[in-house]
Design a protein around this ligand. Structure first.
Ligand code: UT7
Length: 355
């Protein structure tokens, strides 16, 4: 029987620190509002023209590969989770392969688009491939360069102040050691509220979903030909080309789903809240993490939060936080690590790992 272990982990955050006060210079917001509602003090932005979602992923991947004690050419499957890909297509997986210099073609590259839960979805996919013996070194990367796609006017402040750039990566390998590695993963989705947290334009929807739901938006489609509907002048003129979020709606569901999906993982494995050594939640809002921590009855030193420094880095948030906890000596062999995420889709999930 094979299990999937985390053989190496790495993360990368760009150097440029953007404080709440920096943002207050370009939009109507304040350090006080952002800290009070989210816990965020600052975030990082990648260097324009030099860094991308892929290049940050590469930096994190190189560390994970080195720590796993393998060579780049040993990677036999790449999974890349992001909502801010370099290109609409092809995905970042193949770009990462090229940037890493992996020239062999006996490697699969898969991009997944599950936003905040992308890393957990990726972990679950990797686990299926590894424990069945199909792959021996799966490289899973979560990376985001949000700063390229945010609205920096006051109109976009409820979304823009929250997000930051960065990347995290793990190398997953098989182990025969009993009760080691990924013990369980749990994935969920509910498309009912897809537009509550979404980045919908440019896109091939042609207004279909809005029409169906009775909340049509004028995207300037009148007389537009097929090819012109993907990105219209109206979309650009009226700023319909940025992410949108109904924050309170998302918040209420998040605080419900986090505890539920964690309990599901505990029930499946016969473990209890008391068995958790380290909880690494997706960094969506410090208030959400604190709420879940309380529900789990965990001490502050059993939860890793870094949203204060990096904001919400979506698919990268869990691997960055997990890597920091590991580097700080807070995740050691035999520890039970609990991961959980909730976000756009909505999709959510959890994982329990015996380190
Ligand atoms: O990772 C993916 C999952 N995402 C989440 O889980 C996010 C969940 N939601 C949240 O974290 C919170 O809802 C937010 C932090 C996004 C927003 O906090 P909130 O307390 O729900 O604020 P709100 O959206 O209800 O807005 C309250 C007020 C509004 O003003 P009025 O209408 O009361 O006058 C907003 O216009 O705050 C205003 N506002 C801001 N003010 C200053 C919104 N954004 C800002 C801002 N600075 N950046």
């Amino acid at each position: 029987m094979l299990y999937t272990k985390v053989a190496g982990i790495g993360h990368y955050v760009p150097e440029e620190v953007v404080t709440n006060n920096d943002l207050a210079e370009v939009m109507e917001t304040s350090d006080e509002w952002i800290q009070e509602r989210t816990g965020i003090r600052e975030r990082r932005y990648g260097i324009k023209h030099e860094e991308t979602t892929t290049t940050m992923g590469v930096r994190a991947a190189e560390i994970a590969i080195e720590r796993a004690g393998i060579q780049k050419e040993d990677v036999d499957f790449i999974i890349f989770a992001t909502l801010s890909p370099d290109y609409y297509f092809p995905g970042c997986g193949v770009l990462l392969q090229r940037e890493l210099g992996i020239t062999k073609t006996e490697v699969g590259a898969l991009d997944i688009r599950n936003q905040c839960s992308g890393f957990i979805y990726g972990l679950s996919i990797a686990d299926q491939f590894v424990k069945t013996g199909m792959y021996k070194n799966v490289l899973l990367v979560g990376a985001e360069m949000h700063s390229m796609g945010l609205d920096f006017s006051t109109r976009g402040r409820n979304v823009t102040v929250i997000f930051g750039d960065g990347a995290g990566a793990v190398v997953l390998q098989p182990t025969e050691e009993e009760n080691r590695g990924i013990l369980t993963t749990h994935l969920h989705s509910d498309g009912t509220y897809a537009e509550k947290l979404a980045f919908i334009n440019p896109g091939a929807h042609g207004g279909y979903h809005h029409k169906k739901m009775g909340n049509e938006v004028d995207y300037g489609y009148k007389d537009a030909k097929y090819g012109e509907m993907f990105l219209t002048q109206t979309m650009m003129d009226e700023a319909h080309i940025y992410p949108n979020m109904e924050g309170q709606f998302v918040f209420k569901l998040a605080v419900q789903k986090f505890p539920e999906v964690i309990q599901e993982a505990l029930d499946k494995t016969g473990l209890t809240k008391e068995d958790i050594d380290m909880f690494v939640p997706h960094q969506a809002n410090l208030r959400i993490s604190q709420f879940v921590q309380k529900r789990l009855g965990l001490r502050d030193d059993q939860v890793w939060n870094n949203i204060q420094k990096y904001g919400n880095t979506t698919a990268a948030s869990i691997p960055i936080a997990l890597c920091e906890a590991f580097e700080a000596g807070k995740v050691n062999k035999g520890d039970l690590v609990c991961l959980a995420a909730f976000g756009s889709g909505f999709t959510w999930g959890s994982a329990l790992i015996r380190w």
